[in-house]
Design a binder for this molecule. Structure first.
Ligand code: CAA
Length: 379
């Protein structure tokens, strides 16, 4: 395994870093405080090709590999995790899920708009009573002959207020259990789709997270993804890749916490010298640097396995589990290193501290990742 990035990967890294520092950093504190959706910033991400990086150029995507995507995610997540979750859900859940499992007709109709960022997509699996226990779907999609009738409620939906397309998981035949679950492409403009209030969250506050209600929504048969009963496997396979994106987000939070802490520790003086020269601080930085590096190796490994066409389910679970723990720890230490300055908004680390928590929860909690890993190693 080579540890060097190619020139193409380094170029992606440079472009994402420059964009994040120049365009996302100014205003990120204010957007977070006011829960303002980063409309202009998402438009710029679309223009730069960050909204459909891995999608086939034939469908308007960037045709890049997963490694490029995680490299860009890391840089953007050092600064603005509302933007990076909007990007991640659109890239690795919506575009990838559609491109991998959609029909030609579905791809032609929806993918160019989604991969170019003209439209944003949402992935609607979680429900009030079905978060970790994802097979317990209460949303129903009843087969009415030429269409399905969709009814139910989805919770904590990223991009919920802005998306034009939802990939919705719903139960068609309860007797068949998870084999009776289907996935559908639902346009938000269709009658019966209602967007609930925006959630007021601990972190990633400017991303728009909503409850969605479906009331007798008519979904054409042509909008079912895959064979009848494929919906749960669709969700699981798609989340395997999504988790690499969230792992990269967590990596970015950890690496951003380290960068800010290094800079501060070199500048801030106590007892007559920069705090970086106090062993108590230097050792914290050494631990953070080591753990960031280890997390990066796991994230890159999962991306490389996916790019090589090998199984990556366990690797993505390990990457997400470990990187999100590292993010939480590094962001906590960053606040500690900054002392009183770390507790106020101006120095950015308190936001990373709040943002870190969600990486241990969405796209499968830490505990779910451990279920996935333990089942693999014990089988
Ligand atoms: N690939 C393919 N098939 C899979 C699979 C995978 N990775 N994982 C499970 N399956 C299949 C199983 O083989 C089984 O099918 P068969 O009966 O045909 O063999 C079927 O799915 C059911 O699997 P399990 O018996 O393992 O199901 P389970 O009830 O024990 O649950 C679980 C498994 C891993 C815990 C799963 O429920 C899970 O991942 N839960 C977490 C859900 C999640 O990640 N939600 C995130 C919401 S999306 C989000 O956060 C997006 C956002 O906006 C940020």
């Amino acid at each position: 395994m080579t540890f060097e990035l190619s020139e193409e990967h380094l170029a992606v890294q440079e472009a994402a870093r420059e964009f994040a520092q120049k365009e996302l950093k100014p205003g990120v504190i204010e957007r977070d405080a006011a829960m303002t959706y980063p409309k202009e910033q998402v438009r710029m991400m679309a223009e730069l090709g960050f909204m459909g990086m891995m999608a086939d150029p034939a469908y308007g995507g960037g045709g890049m590999d997963t490694l490029s995507y995680v490299i860009a995610m890391e840089e953007i997540s050092k600064v603005d995790n509302s933007c990076s979750v909007i990007m991640s859900v659109n890239n690795s859940l919506v575009c990838w899920g559609l491109e991998t499992y959609g029909t030609d007709e579905q791809k032609q109709k929806y993918l160019p708009k989604l991969s170019s960022g003209e439209w944003i997509g949402s992935f609607c699996l979680s429900e009030p009573e079905a978060g970790s226990d994802a097979t317990s779907q209460q949303t129903t999609a009843i087969d009415m002959g030429d269409h399905y009738l969709l009814n139910g409620t989805k919770n904590w939906i990223t991009n919920g207020g802005t998306s034009s397309v939802h990939l919705v998981i719903a139960q068609t035949d309860r007797e068949k259990g998870h084999k009776g679950i289907n996935a559908f492409i639902v346009e938000t403009s269709w009658p019966g789709v209602t967007i609930g209030a925006k959630e007021d969250k601990l972190g990633i506050r400017s991303s728009d997270t909503h409850t969605i209600m479906y009331n007798d929504v008519k979904v054409p048969k042509a909008n079912r993804i895959g064979e009848d009963g494929f919906g749960f496997k669709f969700a699981m396979k798609t989340l395997e890749g999504g988790r690499i994106g969230i792992a990269a987000q967590a990596l970015g939070i950890a690496a951003g916490s380290l960068d800010l802490s290094m800079q501060y520790a070199r500048e801030r003086e106590t007892f007559g010298k920069p705090i970086a020269q106090h062993q108590a601080i230097a050792f914290k930085l050494a631990e953070m640097a080591t753990e960031v590096e280890a997390a990066r190796l796991l994230v890159y490994k999962a991306a490389r396995l996916k790019d090589a066409g090998e199984d990556y389910g366990m690797a993505s679970a390990m990457a997400k589990y470990y990187a999100s723990e590292v993010a939480m720890k590094a962001a906590t230490e960053a606040v500690q290193i900054h002392g009183g300055y770390g507790f106020v908004k101006e120095y950015h680390v308190e936001r990373l501290f709040r943002d870190a928590k969600i990486t241990q929860i969405y796209e499968g909690t830490t505990e779910i990742q451990k279920i996935v890993i333990s089942r693999q190693i014990l089988k």
